[in-house]
Design a protein around this ligand. Structure first.
Ligand code: MF3
Ligand code: CO
Length: 255
């Protein structure tokens, strides 16, 4: 039963303003990570930066204790697809690629976005995966305007990744966000054009494709029941933006 927060797919002006303010903090937290992340640092230290910056800005890290998640941020390195758990044992080294996925609760409003970071000099193939994944997300973004639909957006992301020789994870996607961490609709990045819900002003959701170098097959770590890996051990990358549908297109609320 959902009695508390019904009809949340279209946000009010007031809710949009609250989500926007949350998103500004999410951006500042990621900017702080970007300034500090480097080889030799553990992902536990990345977690500490996120926790402390979030607190300083008056927010709460949304991942912390979310469905039992033990840390304040997801840090997914190389063949980790998503939901990497920060640890003292994971030391970033030159050549690694890492996704840092930050989600913030500010004044009860949720925001969610993630970026890739290249640690020192990375291989050409890793750099290309990171760049193409970001471009794929932007291809999706261009499809966000009233009257277009989620399926066409996801299909644009998928097509772009496939054209560059990559695959897109099928079982995990984006989501509505703002009043809660994860709201309807589920947002696929392997969808068919012309399908799914129609974009309407006031919707807020994430575009967050996970793009793989090799197979799209994945598995979940049986020890922590969180971290997702590529089945073939090849690299995976992800970028995530939080967008609102406006009268004539979109507004990026966190990136
Ligand atoms: N931030 C992720 C997303 O983009 C969700 C992570 S759930 C967590 O949807 F519990 F692992 F934080
Ligand atoms: Co998300």
């Amino acid at each position: 039963m959902r009695l508390r927060k019904p009809h949340i797919i279209i946000k009010t002006i007031e809710q949009l303003e609250g989500i926007r303010e949350s998103g500004k903090r999410n951006i500042e937290i990621l900017d702080t990570v970007a300034q500090k992340i480097q080889a030799g640092m553990t992902t536990e230290e990345v977690d500490r930066i996120v926790y402390e910056t979030t607190k300083r800005l008056g927010g709460i890290p949304a991942p912390l204790n979310y469905q039992g998640f033990p840390k304040s941020v997801c840090t997914s390195v190389n063949s980790q697809v998503c939901h990497g758990i920060p640890s003292e044992d994971v030391i970033l080294k030159e050549g690694d690629i890492i996704n840092v996925d930050v989600s913030t609760i500010y004044n009860d409003y949720f925001s969610d976005s993630s970026r890739m970071f290249c640690i020192g000099n990375v291989s050409e193939e890793a750099k290309k995966l990171v760049e193409v994944t970001k471009e794929a997300m932007i291809e999706g973004l261009k499809q966000v305007y009233p009257g277009n639909c989620f399926g066409t957006m996801g299909n644009a992301v998928h097509k772009y990744a496939l054209q560059h020789g990559y695959t897109v994870v099928r079982q995990i996607g984006g989501h509505g966000v703002g009043i809660e961490f994860h709201e309807e609709p589920y947002v696929s990045f392997v969808s068919k054009a012309g399908t799914g819900a129609v974009f309407q002003p006031g919707m807020v959701f994430t575009i967050e494709p996970m793009v793989n170098q090799g197979t799209d097959e994945i598995y979940i770590d049986g020890n922590n029941n969180w971290t997702v890996y590529t089945m073939d051990g090849k690299l995976s990358a992800q970028w995530e933006i939080m967008v609102a549908v406006t009268e004539d297109g979109y507004e990026v609320m966190a990136y």
